[in-house]
Design a protein around this ligand. Sequence first.
Ligand SMILES: [Zn+2]
Ligand SMILES: [Zn+2]
Length: 243
Amino acid sequence: MAYSKTYVDLLERFSRRGCAICGLLLHDENRYIDSLLYEFANDAGIHKVFRRGRGFCNHHSWLLAHQYGYSLGVSILFEAALDAVLEILESENSPFQLSRLETVVSGWFGAKGDTRLAGKLEPEIPCPACVSLCKSEALYIETFAEYWSDTTFQSAYEQSQGLCLPHFRDVLRLMSAPKERAQLAKIQRAKWEALKGELELFQAKSVLNYVGEPFGAEVDSWRRVVASMTGGEHALLNLTRPR
Ligand SMILES: [Zn+2]
Ligand SMILES: [Zn+2]
């Protein structure tokens, strides 16, 4: 069997903490933002994307803004978004071009006024970072389901911390063979039962006046259960669920 790069990426991620798919998405997101600022801040095509999208979504815009050393790139890209907004406000159809009477009649600013201006100011395209990450996510989920029966893949997964619940559901949906779903569910269940044991130990040790063993690996189980039930921190922020 020829192994795809995605297969290798997943396999490598199984040895790290948390859900492999969430980890890969965070890695892809950083790479996307980094290369955008590094290579494309002066690219006319990207300027157009910023104009039409009025920037990126809130999460990815701030991720861009927080990249150290790229304030010039951020200023160029978001100026393009600002220009688009100003052009709409200054356009012929804008209420500012109408006479006072026309404005009142057309009702742009009425309590239940015309929503055309607001509509024009909406992004014309979805956030490209979100689109790119949704595509990557779909590829990881497909690859996971496709290679599940591969012995190396499955044993590496058994050693991992397991998938988060959203990605577990996604992979289950793609598996056509009942046997494969049962195998995955069995392994995943064992991981969650172990996590439950860690949570109980953490809770027992957290009570006031606890005397006994100090905290061990269970010390961050409260954090791991949040990631396990809802996905890695910020990994799924903009990916619409359920699909
Ligand atoms: Zn995940
Ligand atoms: Zn986004």
